[in-house]
Design a protein. Sequence first.
Length: 254
Amino acid sequence: MPPKNQAATEKIPDVAHLDDAVGNPLDLGDQKAVCSPNDMRLTTSNNLSIVSVGGSVHIFDEKQPFKKAPVLLGSIRSGTGATVWSTAFAPNGKLLATGDGVGCITIWDPTGDGSPRELYSIPDACNARLATMCFSNDSCVLATGGKDGNVKVWDVNSSAHKLLHSEKLNSEVLCIVFSCDGKRLTCSTEKGAVAHLQTDSWKTLGKWNAWTGRVGSVSYGGRVIACACYHGGIRLWTTTGGLLRTIDNAHNVH
């Protein structure tokens, strides 16, 4: 086996069966990737898809009909050379954020022709890999979650790239989402914790254990927070941690 932070050099056997972030099949055509299957990350924004393989990120235009291969717009390389673990487009389409295995955030301008242009980096954003990240709806704030259990919120609209808030959770942060109105931030962890924060003051409104296992996805619906566990169950909670309902075996997830 390769070292822990080194990707195995094997070709993905059947890239045609990859899905994008909304569950649609993504046909990469003749594009080849050399990586471990576990090294691949994927995110989408409008008609753009990002495939993260090892220390590189490849951006595809999916405007073409699905039977045609997406057009490769450009590729970027992590400045540290470490595996890129997380990516996020700003809602305004003017920024792209990547987070790598040694805790470095890089902000890119994806609006020009060809490969995105690096704007700046935050080299010590995390003491370990950056597992997830999400922009606020106004594209001014970036929330990141790391393997070290820290949720950090950054002002990416200022030249100082100021750290606005840091929240320590019980294990690796797997998911971060802003509410539609931008007033709340919800995150979940490897060991089943959920935290719910108010974004104007960064006050913690609630923090509780939603499952005994990994909560890989959370969604905030105004009065209810939905948490999806990796074994396929879903739990609905109040915003302060009151359990409303459990749906067992909602999905066959392994």
